[in-house]
Design a protein. Structure first.
Length: 363
């Protein structure tokens, strides 16, 4: 398969379609894919025959499992590829995400299957996100020595209560009902009906200036109840446990929850144990990221996240996390610093230090 086959562009009536076509890699984005996608978005924006844009994944297990972090890590370590990938990948990814969020025409994502990291970036930041019964959405970056990016500073903070903090720190997985409860999905359509939805959108009689209303009318006709969201039943315990201003306070609250012997004790114990496997640096940076990022718009969120990425690219844990999860696959990362106590306030401050002329800025 050539690079040009990794992302496919087509048209169904008045709808431009994007298909992420790397099923062997769970449709993860490469920089080349972003570089092909961005100009097409600009072209469709000015094309009066295109009334909406729809993105989906090739048949398989995933909509999109994120960005190609292995390639970024190998470039940063000087193992393979262009060392500038550690900056260019995030810069161009974030510019595209900002364009998606501000897109003047209806933008729809069919989040069928695994949706993580960059997959959330090109879907949750768009206007309409359609889940199916196979949707599994997560932001698992603290487990690879990174932090939730791709606009997550904004959209995780829009989740109910402290659910965004919970998802950011733990990387917990959401099904379709939970994704809708959190606001990450706007609609639920059974997978078998998705082709009919795409057909209905493509061949409607579009009316200039009414495209969004027309899309919403079609989506409403296909929208189905995904059932009760399990996370809603856990909401009170999540809000109690993740209200603290420090990661240590979160762990203490989870320990207390576990000892109380209520209906949430097993969840609290498992959640606490899971947090202790994550990068201590990532946990502390992520909590501060979400705390200071409350109310951020997409531009502020992405600018902050770009700053954080560049500091993480100069550190240890991202490379070690990718090694343990994706290269050696031993699932035994050796974090440095190894404990939360060793991650001082000064260390965390360093991740938020300005980049000077290298800051991500939008026109």
């Amino acid at each position: 398969m050539s690079d040009s086959d990794d992302i496919l562009f087509a048209r169904e009536g008045g709808v431009a379609t994007v298909t992420l076509n790397r099923p062997h890699a769970l449709n993860a984005f490469t920089l080349g894919m972003y570089r092909r996608f961005a100009p097409m978005l600009r072209q469709w924006e000015g094309d009066p025959g295109i009334h909406a844009v729809l993105i989906r994944g090739a048949e398989g297990r995933a909509f999109c499992a994120g960005g190609d972090v292995r390639a970024i890590a190998e470039a940063g370590r000087g193992i393979a590829g262009d060392p500038s990938l550690t900056s260019r990948f995030f810069w161009e990814e974030y510019e595209l995400i900002r364009h998606i969020h501000r897109y003047p025409k209806p933008y729809l994502a069919i989040i069928d299957g695994i949706t993580m990291g960059g997959g959330a970036g090109v879907s949750v930041n768009g206007a309409y996100r359609i889940a199916t019964e196979r949707t599994m959405l997560a932001m698992p970056e603290t487990g690879i020595g990174l932090f939730p990016d791709v606009g997550a500073t904004r959209f995780l903070n829009l989740a109910p209560g402290h659910v965004g903090r919970y998802l950011a720190l733990t990387g917990a997985r959401l099904g379709p009902a939970d994704a809708r409860y959190c606001g990450f999905a706007t609609h639920f359509v059974p997978k078998e009906r998705v082709p009919l939805l795409v057909e209905a959108l493509g061949y409607m009689a579009w009316r200039a200036g009414a495209e969004s209303a027309q899309v919403e009318e079609v989506l409403a006709a296909f929208d189905t109840d995904p059932g009760e969201p399990p996370i809603a039943l856990r909401r009170a315990a999540i809000d109690r446990s993740f209200a603290g201003d420090t990661v240590e306070a979160v762990l203490d609250a989870l320990l207390l929850e576990a000892k109380e012997g209520g209906s949430d004790d097993e969840w609290a114990a498992e959640t606490r144990a899971g947090l202790l496997t994550k990068s201590p640096t990532s946990l502390k940076v992520t909590l501060r990221q979400l705390t200071i990022g409350q109310g951020y718009d997409i531009e502020a969120a992405l600018a902050l996240e770009y700053r954080l990425t560049q500091h993480f690219m100069r550190g240890h844990d991202f490379y070690e996390g990718v090694r343990a999860a994706l290269i050696d696959k031993d699932q035994r990362p050796h974090w440095d610093p190894a404990t939360l106590a060793e991650v001082t306030g000064g260390i965390v401050d360093g991740y938020f230090a300005p980049l000077g002329d290298s800051e991500l800025r939008f026109d």
